[in-house]
Design a protein around this ligand. Structure first.
Ligand SMILES: *Cc1c(COP(=O)(O)O)cnc(C)c1O
Length: 374
C-alpha cells in the first residue's frame, strides 16, 4: 500500500511511520480476550520504562481518549478532600488544568506567570509556605503553546519538601526529551499515543506512583469514567481497561513502542534536536522571530511571531504548504499572533529543509517581503 507521507509540524498528532499505520490492520478481536490483555500488560510496562520508572513502584494506567483526558484524570482524582491544588501556570495548557479544577469545583490556586516568563521558584516556594493545605503541585513540562520549558525537577523537590505530590503534564515531552520520573521528582506524568511515541490518536496514559494511586482510593470520586484509582484497580484485577479500549490504536502503540526502543532514547532526542535546529535555521534565514529565547525552550516547539506585512496571511501560507504536504499550526497565545512549528514525529532535518523551501515559495507567491519585516 502506498500511503502519502505528510510532514506534520503541528503539536500532535505526529507524522507516523508506515509500519505503525499498518499495524492497525489486524483481524477483528474482542478486547476481553486474554491475548489482548497480555498485550496491554507489555505496553503498560514499556510506558513506565520510557521514563525509567521502577516497575514495582510505578505503573501506567491507560485510558481511551485524547491527551486532555489525562489532565482531567490527574486533577480530579488526586486531590484529597479539603486540600488545594497549586497550578503553576505560564500558558494555555496549564490554564486547561485550571479550568478542569474550576469545572469540578476544586479548591485551587492559579499561580500565573507571563507566557514568555520563566517560573519564579521563589514565588512558588512562598505560595507553598503560606498555604499548608496545598496537597498537589501541578505544571506543564513543555508549555506547548509557547515552547517554554518549565523546571519540573525543582518544582517537584519543592512540592515534596512541603508534603505535596507533583503532577507534570509531560504530554509534549514524553518519549522525546528524556525524563527520569524518580530523579525528576515527578509523582505523576502523562502523555498520549499520538505525540512522543508517534502512534495513532485515541490512547492516553497516566504514569505514576502506585502507592499514591492506592491511597487515592479514599479520595472523593468526582468522575465515573475518568477516575485514576478506579481504572488502575480494574487493570490490577483483570488486566483490562474498565470500558472498551481503542483496539486498533493499541496495536499501533505496540508497534510504535518497538520502534521507540529500536531508535533509542538518546538517538531519538538527538533526531528531534536536529529537526528543531533545522527549524531555527530556516526561520532565521527568512528573518522570522521566535518569541521564546532559545535557552528557555524545551527544544520541541518553535513559536514564531507573525511578520508585519500587509500581504501576510497565515491561512494563505498554511494552505500553500498544506497542499504540498506540510502542515503548519496556529499559535495559542491570546495576546500575540504566532504560529507554531514542532519537532515531533517521524521526521528528519532533511524534511524541514524541504519545508522551508516550500514556505519561502509561499511567501513569494503571496508577495510577502523576504526577509520578513517586523
Ligand atoms: C497535546 C497536549 C495535550 C493534549 O491535547 P489533546 O488535544 O487532548 O490530545 C495536553 N497537554 C499538552 C502539554 C499537550 O501538548
Amino acid at each position: 500500500m502506498d500511503i502519502k507521507r505528510n510532514i506534520l509540524l503541528n503539536p500532535g498528532p505526529a507524522t507516523t511511520t508506515d509500519s505503525v499505520k499498518m499495524a492497525q490492520v489486524v483481524p477483528d478481536i474482542c478486547p476481553r480476550e486474554k491475548e489482548f490483555a497480555g498485550m496491554m500488560k507489555g505496553i503498560r510496562e514499556d510506558l513506565v520504562k520510557i521514563v525509567h520508572g521502577d516497575l514495582e513502584k510505578y505503573t501506567a494506567v491507560l485510558f481511551c481518549g485524547s491527551g486532555t483526558l489525562c489532565l482531567d484524570v490527574c486533577v480530579n482524582s488526586l486531590l484529597p478532600e479539603g486540600k488545594r491544588i497549586l497550578i503553576v501556570n505560564n500558558g494555555s495548557y496549564s490554564t486547561r488544568a485550571v479550568e478542569i479544577a474550576q469545572y469540578y469545583g476544586l479548591p485551587h490556586i492559579d499561580l500565573r506567570f507571563a507566557y514568555d516568563e520563566m517560573i519564579d521558584l521563589e514565588r512558588v516556594r512562598a505560595t507553598l509556605d503560606e498555604n499548608p493545605d496545598i496537597a498537589v503541585v501541578y505544571t506543564t513540562h513543555n508549555e506547548t503553546g509557547s515552547g517554554i520549558l518549565n523546571p519540573v525537577r525543582e518544582l517537584g523537590r519543592m512540592a515534596h519538601e512541603h508534603g505535596a505530590i507533583m503532577i507534570a503534564d509531560t504530554t509534549s515531552t514524553y518519549a522525546m526529551r528524556p525524563i527520569d520520573i524518580e530523579k525528576d521528582n515527578i509523582d505523576f506524568c502523562m502523555a498520549s499515543a499520538q505525540k512522543g511515541i508517534m502512534a495513532m490518536t485515541g490512547l492516553s496514559y497516566v504514569i505514576g506512583d502506585r502507592s499514591i494511586i492506592e491511597k487515592s482510593a479514599t479520595y472523593p470520586k468526582r468522575s465515573y469514567y475518568c477516575n485514576l484509582f478506579l481504572q488502575y484497580d480494574y487493570f490490577e484485577k483483570t488486566g483490562e481497561m474498565h470500558f472498551t479500549p481503542p483496539v486498533q490504536t493499541i496495536y499501533s502503540v505496540k508497534q510504535a513502542l518497538a520502534e521507540y526502543f529500536l531508535e533509542g532514547e538518546e538517538a531519538k532526542w538527538a533526531r528531534h534536536t536536529e529537526v528543531m535546529q533545522a527549524i531555527h535555521d530556516g526561520a532565521q534565514a527568512l528573518g522570522l522571530k521566535e518569541i521564546i529565547p532559545l535557552e528557555n525552550q524545551a527544544g520541541l516547539v518553535a513559536c514564531i511571531l507573525y511578520p508585519v506585512d500587509e500581504n501576510w496571511s497565515f491561512e494563505k501560507v498554511h494552505d500553500y504548504c498544506y497542499e504540498r504536504g506540510f502542515t503548519i499550526y496556529p499559535g495559542k497565545i491570546s495576546s500575540t499572533n504566532t504560529f507554531r512549528l514542532c519537532a515531533l514525529g517521524a521526521i528528519t532535518a532533511e524534511d524541514i529543509r524541504e519545508f522551508w523551501k516550500v514556505f519561502e515559495e509561499a511567501l513569494r507567491a503571496n508577495d510577502i517581503a523576504i526577509p520578513v519585516k517586523y
